[in-house]
Design a protein around this ligand. Structure first.
Ligand SMILES: [Zn+2]
Length: 351
């Protein structure tokens, strides 16, 4: 199986970083830093288990940078079907306004129709539908949740065209917490000109947190499970403490947790730019061209030369360093100062 999710342990010594698979403790690697160890673990899993696209889930979670810790209070994650993308027979009937012909995202409210999946990877206890990102979980995973946790949401039985021993349930939530852009960080999104829907706010940068919510929407003491709105569909949010009680159980196989940042309402960037898809594409192309030029320039710099000579530095370290130097210059709002493309008027979009 390619793209499997592997639960890993880690240990950080004074000069070494060790990583290993919980399910195969003999697959253990060491590096002089995390990036080096991570590269070695990817290689080992590729060679020994034949999985060249392995994804690692760390329990306990890896140490965070000071800036990441600032945003991880309280610590919450989204638990999803990781890499298990599936096709549904007809997503169009699942939403009152069908599926957008241009961006393929569902439009309108969820109808009473059940989700029908063509087939699912046998090992996984969860997955998502390509394009629409509807998420579903196995009955086994559902049973790990308390009745109170289950009752916060609707779990609608999924129909399977192919054979499967497992039963799956679609995750449906009436109320879901919206994503927000954050001041001082780089966010990108675009509006589909056909359905007027905005793609989920996503952070681009060196922080390993892609999505953020407001503490006001989450409440001071979040329940152990809640829903986060990703575009037009909900995803399952769980407190880190609760997820740690579940991760590693057989019924969580194939599931992956991603940190969600939490910010105060005053930290939300209410002026973060939104563009149409056409403008977004033009800016993306410009950004990629400039990144290539700047990256090549930095690769020849004395700082990178010194990093290359240091055996403790990896390619990843070098790319992180270059990103830290150039990402701010490549932020869309900064780039667009030169071009002056119109921003989407956010008042036209109900948030
Ligand atoms: Zn659309």
């Amino acid at each position: 199986m390619e793209g499997g999710v592997y639960v890993c342990g880690w240990k950080r010594g004074r000069t070494k970083y060790a990583l290993w698979l919980q399910s195969h403790p003999q697959i253990k690697v060491e590096g002089q830093n995390y990036n080096e160890a991570h590269e070695a673990l990817s290689k080992a899993v590729c060679l020994q288990l034949g999985d060249g696209e392995a994804v690692f889930e760390f329990d306990p979670p890896l140490p965070k940078s000071a800036i990441e810790r600032k945003y991880l209070n309280p610590e919450i994650v989204i638990v999803s079907g990781g890499n298990t993308a599936c096709d549904a027979t007809d997503v169009g009937v699942l939403f009152t306004q069908g599926v957008c012909k241009k961006c393929h995202r569902p439009v309108g409210e969820r109808t009473a129709e059940p989700l029908v999946i063509k087939s699912i990877e046998p090992g996984s206890h969860g997955g998502f539908i390509s394009h629409s990102h509807i998420v579903f979980y196995s009955g086994g995973f559902l049973n790990l949740l308390t009745a109170q946790e289950q009752n916060r949401f609707e779990w609608r039985k999924v129909m399977l065209e192919g054979r499967s021993k497992k039963v799956f349930y679609e995750f449906i939530a009436e109320k879901a917490i919206p994503l927000v852009p954050v001041k001082g960080l780089i966010f990108q999104t675009w509006i589909c000109g056909t359905c007027n829907q905005q793609m989920p706010w996503m952070h681009y940068g060196i922080l390993k947190i892609s999505h953020f919510v407001s503490s006001r929407d989450l409440s001071a003491r979040p329940p152990s499970c809640f829903a986060v709105r990703m575009g037009n569909v909900p995803e399952l949010g769980i407190t880190r403490v609760r997820w740690r009680a579940l991760v590693g159980r057989p019924e969580t196989k194939g599931l992956l947790a991603n940190d969600i940042g939490v910010v105060l309402p005053s930290e939300i960037d209410r002026d973060a730019p939104v563009y149409t898809e056409e403008v977004w594409r033009k800016l993306s192309e410009e950004k990629n061209n400039r990144w290539n030029i700047l990256r090549d320039r930095w690769l020849k710099s004395p700082e990178v030369e010194a990093m290359r000579k240091n055996p403790r530095r990896t390619f990843n370290d070098i790319y992180e360093f270059i990103h830290s130097k150039v990402d701010k210059q490549l932020a869309f709002r900064k780039l667009n100062k030169e071009f002056g493309y119109p921003e989407w008027d956010r008042r036209r979009q109900p948030s």
